[in-house]
Write a protein that binds this ligand. Structure first.
Ligand code: COA
Length: 373
């Protein structure tokens, strides 16, 4: 068994961003228009008027102030309210591939590696653009990597599950290095006409290079001390979009073919599970929460992250201990904890311990213990 490190990380951030105020203005314009169109039915008490959204509520309930997106105009157009990403020919790179390659190139550069040093590519994300050929194989070809590539999906926990999968390949000697990439176009599966969730997601892509510790030469190395994964079935976060939709006529456009959740239940149920898993994981490795210098947590909700770390440490935490990126990125699904890791790692001293943790649909939870070399 080889020891493994994360030797480089990369981040692709879309050029465009939407503030809460812009998003709410679009939502409310649409809601007012829809209410005008059904004014008589509302008057007769046959239908409820669409309630308006509120930027202050969004920031207070979630901690989100803005989000990066692949197409701002399409999302904000009250007649459309979804990104406008025209279909590309089979000869052009897919949107996910393009984002993944940008993040992957940065991870390779930070690791001081080229495509020739890598034997595998894993694309791990919440929503794949197509069933096949795998996006990962497209990324592999675009980067000129020899070896194997495959896609995997564990929703918001895709990155931590992807890190364990990549680490296993390198530990066993099946690959010298594996690129694990998380391209997330979350706005593609977000219902911008659902007031409860229209503010939740943004778009981004992250990448990590995982390689043998004895061969790594990068200045940005973190030992993968241990990984721990957990899943437990829940209907509280679902997306029922899939290839059998066309075989069940009349339901293709239903709301459940996009992201739907019971946010309160998720909050209540997931926080204790995450705190317990991280505490157990640390304990199994002879460590305790107070040994951890940094928690790079999944970025879905600020209060959720505060609660999880408070359960672990028994006190409030500073942003230095649990960095926040969701204020400007919103929830970028699997990319979120890796964005935090990528942006907030360079100040750590050799020997510093960090926990990278994701949680989300499934339910699925991942914990990765990392030590700066
Ligand atoms: N603008 C104004 N009011 C809104 C609103 C909006 N956009 N959305 C909801 N509200 C209202 C609700 O109707 C409700 O009103 P009521 O009290 O009169 O019934 C009130 O605000 C509270 O709504 P609720 O949905 O209970 O808010 P919340 O405090 O639970 O926050 C989330 C909502 C989604 C931010 C929060 O539940 C959350 O983040 N949960 C975890 C989600 C998560 O991590 N998911 C993982 C996805 S991968």
């Amino acid at each position: 068994m080889h020891n493994v490190v994360i030797s480089g990380t990369g981040l692709y951030t879309p050029a465009q961003s939407i503030s809460n105020e812009e998003l709410v203005e679009s939502f409310n314009t649409w809601a007012q228009q829809a209410n005008r169109e059904q004014a008589e039915a509302i008057e007769r008490g046959e239908v409820e008027p669409w309630p308006e959204s509120n930027a202050a509520f969004i920031e207070k309930a979630s901690g989100i102030k803005s989000r990066y997106v692949m197409d701002k105009a399409g999302i904000l157009d009250p007649q459309r309210m979804k990104p406008n990403l025209p279909e590309r020919s089979n000869d052009e790179p897919s949107v996910l591939c393009e984002m993944a390659v940008a993040a992957a190139r940065q991870a390779l550069e930070r690791a001081g590696r080229t495509a020739a040093d890598v034997d595998g590519v894993i694309v791990a994300c919440s929503n794949l653009q197509r069933p096949y050929p795998a996006i990962a194989i497209e990324v592999q070809q675009a980067l000129g990597i020899q070896g194997f590539a495959f896609d995997m999906n564990v929703a918001c926990s895709s990155a931590t599950f992807g890190i364990q999968t990549a680490a296993n390949s390198v530990q066993l000697g099946q690959a010298r290095a594996v690129l694990m990439v998380n391209p997330e176009v979350c706005t593609g599966h977000l219902n911008f006409r659902d007031r409860d969730s229209h503010f939740i997601f943004g778009d981004a892509a992250t990448a990590v290079l995982i390689e043998r510790q004895d061969k790594a030469t990068s200045a940005h190395q973190f030992d993968i001390v241990s990984t721990r994964l957990l899943t437990q079935f829940s209907n509280n976060i679902r997306n029922n979009f899939g290839f059998l939709n066309r075989a069940a006529e009349g339901h293709v456009a239903d709301a459940d073919k996009l992201f739907v959740q019971e946010g309160r239940k998720v909050f209540r149920e997931v926080c204790p599970m995450v705190a317990e898993l991280i505490a157990e994981h640390l304990s199994e490795n002879g460590m305790q929460p107070s040994d951890v210098q940094r928690f790079w947590l999944h970025q879905a909700n600020l209060s959720m992250n505060h609660l999880i770390v408070k359960k672990l440490l028994g006190r409030e935490v500073s942003e230095d201990e649990a960095p926040v990126i969701l204020d400007r990125y919103a929830n970028t699904s699997s990319a979120g904890s890796v964005i935090a890791f990528h942006l907030y790692q360079d100040d750590l001293q050799p020997g510093a311990l960090g926990v990278l943790s994701s949680f989300g649909a499934g339910y699925s939870i991942g914990s990765v213990l990392l030590r700066k070399r």
